[in-house]
Write a protein that binds this ligand. Structure first.
Ligand code: FES
Length: 353
C-alpha cells in the first residue's frame, strides 16, 4: 500500500464517471470542492477488507465518499485482477493524520518486511547486513531465546550490614635486640666517667696550684739564709803559699786571691777581694805580666792590689786573715780593709811570714 500511487481528484472523478456510465446509471453531479479533503486521506488508509457494497445515501444519490470508494475499488481491481471489487468503507475525515502517520514513520526495515512478507527484528537486519558468513536470525521466532536473568535473591541482612572484609595482615616486625638499651647505658656511663674525670682533673689541678702557692708563701716567709757561703774558711798552712806566689784556686768558690808578697818592705800573706773597684767586674791574674787586669774597662792592678791603669779609682780591698789554732790560715770575708783609708796597716789584714 505504501508504494501505491496516489490518485488525483480528477482521476478519481473520471473513474467514478466511467463506472457510472458502465452501470447505466446517470452520474449525479458531484461537488468537486468537497472531495479533496475526504479523498486524500482515504488513499493512505490501509486496504479494507472487501465488505458489502456501499450503501446509497439517504437521498438515493451516492455521496462523494461512496464515489471515491467505488473508484478506488475499481482501480485496484484493474491493477490486481484477482481482487474482488468491493466498496471500501469510506474513511472518516477526522482520521487523516492518524492514518498517514504510520506510513510516514515506517523505516526501510518495514519496506523489506513488506517485500519478504516476514517481520524482522533489528538484530536480524544488522546481522544480515554484516555479512552472509554470519547470518543472524531471520525472524524473532528464529532468534535464540535470550537467557532470562534470574532475579537476584536478596542477601541476608547480616551480610548486607556487615560485609566480610579481608584484613590485610602485616608481617610481624623484627624484634630489635636490646642493643640500644645497652648502648644508652654505655653512653651514659661514658658521660659520667668523662664528667667525673674532668671534675677530678680540675680538682687535682686546683689542689696542686694551692699546694704550690703554699710552698711559695712559706719560702717567702722563711728564706733559706744558709745558702750564703760561710764568711770564714780555711785555705791551708803558710807553706802552701810560697813567696811571690798568687793563688787563684779559691776564686771560683770564695772570690779570693791568696798572695805571698812584699808590701812596704814587709813580706806578708794577705787575701785580696776579686772585685774591680771601678764597676765591680772580676779582673784576671796575668802571671806573665805580674798584674790583675780587668776585662771590662781595662783597669790594671799590681800584685799588692794597688791600681795603676784604667778607670779604677782606688786599690783592691783586703779580707781579714789570721792563723787559726790548727796553724792554718783562716780568711774572714765579713771584714774588709781599704788602702786609701790606711786600713792595710791593720795587723788583721795580713799575716807575716
Ligand atoms: Fe774593672 Fe771597669 S770594672 S775597669
Amino acid at each position: 500500500m505504501a508504494d501505491k500511487k496516489k490518485m488525483s481528484v480528477a482521476e478519481i472523478l473520471a473513474a467514478a464517471r466511467g463506472a457510472d456510465a458502465k452501470s447505466g446509471e446517470a452520474s449525479p453531479a458531484t461537488k468537486p470542492e468537497a472531495a479533496p479533503a475526504a479523498i486524500e486521506p482515504a488513499a493512505e488508509a490501509p486496504a479494507p477488507a472487501p465488505k458489502a457494497p456501499a450503501k446509497p445515501s439517504a437521498g438515493g444519490r451516492p455521496s462523494v465518499a461512496d464515489i471515491m470508494a467505488l473508484a478506488r475499488a475499481k482501480k485496484e481491481a484493474g491493477d490486481a485482477p484477482a481482487a474482488k471489487p468491493a466498496a471500501a468503507k469510506p474513511a472518516p475525515a477526522a482520521k487523516p493524520a492518524a492514518a498517514a502517520k504510520p506510513a510516514a514513520a515506517k523505516p526501510a526495515a518495514a519496506v523489506g518486511a513488506a517485500k519478504t512478507g516476514v517481520q524482522r527484528d533489528t538484530a536480524s537486519i544488522l546481522a544480515a547486513a554484516r555479512g552472509a558468513s554470519k547470518p543472524g536470525p531471520v525472524s524473532k521466532s528464529d532468534a535464540p531465546a535470550r537467557p532470562v536473568a534470574k532475579p537476584k535473591e536478596p542477601r541476608p541482612v547480616e551480610e548486607r550490614s556487615a560485609p566480610p572484609r579481608t584484613v590485610a595482615t602485616l608481617p610481624p616486625k623484627p624484634v630489635k635486640p636490646a642493643k640500644k638499651a645497652d648502648e644508652a647505658e654505655d653512653r651514659r656511663g661514658f658521660l659520667q666517667i668523662a664528667l667525673g674525670s674532668a671534675m677530678a682533673v680540675g680538682f687535682s689541678a686546683l689542689s696542686v696550684t694551692g699546694g704550690l702557692f703554699s710552698l711559695g708563701l712559706a719560702r717567702f716567709l722563711f728564706p733559706n739564709v744558709l745558702a750564703e757561703p760561710p764568711s770564714k774558711f780555711k785555705v791551708g798552712f803558710k807553706d802552701a803559699f810560697p813567696s811571690g806566689k798568687v793563688e787563684t784556686k779559691f776564686v771560683p768558690q770564695y772570690g779570693v786571691w791568696v798572695v805571698n808578697g812584699d808590701f812596704n818592705g814587709q813580706q806578708q800573706i794577705y787575701a785580696l777581694k776579686t772585685v774591680c773597684t771601678h764597676l765591680g767586674c772580676t779582673p784576671s791574674w796575668l802571671e806573665a805580666e805580674q798584674k790583675f787586669k780587668c776585662p771590662c774597662h781595662g783597669s790594671g792592678f799590681y800584685k799588692d792590689g794597688v791600681n795603676f791603669e784604667g778607670p779604677a779609682p782606688r786599690p783592691l780591698e783586703r779580707y781579714a786573715i789570721r792563723t787559726a789554732d790548727d796553724g792554718q790560715l783562716e780568711i774572714d770575708k765579713s771584714k774588709t780593709f781599704q788602702e786609701e783609708l790606711g786600713q792595710w796597716a791593720d795587723p788583721d789584714s795580713y799575716v807575716t811570714v
